[in-house]
Design a protein around this ligand. Structure first.
Ligand SMILES: [Zn+2]
Length: 114
């Protein structure tokens, strides 16, 4: 079950940007899609911790690139035309990860404790 859940989560990281591109960026869909889908690379911060992947862990607020300040920065990227596609891709990524946290841990964001 967790395996299915995890695969669905990863798949959504590629499917949701596809919908956004189909709706709003048709003219330059290929570049737009590749840029947005490439934001999955932000998960590189998972390599800093052990285990790399823990299905029970909420990545939002736990991994350095999934912290509150980086997330605010991703939001700001959406306002500049040159960084917009990356920004939107990152915001989608964070929203999906947050939904994942909600489903697995019942929280949207894991604030550092203590
Ligand atoms: Zn992530």
């Amino acid at each position: 079950m967790l395996q299915f859940f995890y695969i669905t989560h990863i798949a959504l990281h590629f499917i949701v940007p596809g919908f956004v591109v189909a709706l709003f960026f048709r003219k330059k869909w290929l570049v737009a899609y590749l840029l947005m889908a490439s934001t999955i690379l932000i998960d590189i911060d998972h390599l800093l911790v052990d285990p790399i992947y823990d299905p029970e862990r909420c990545s939002m607020g736990f991994h350095p690139l999934h912290g509150i300040w980086p997330v605010l920065l991703y939001g700001l990227l959406c306002f500049n035309t040159k960084t917009r596609l990356i920004g939107i891709g990152l915001v989608i990524h964070m929203v999906l990860d947050s939904i994942d946290c909600q489903l697995t841990n019942g929280i949207w964001f894991q604030f550092p404790s203590g």
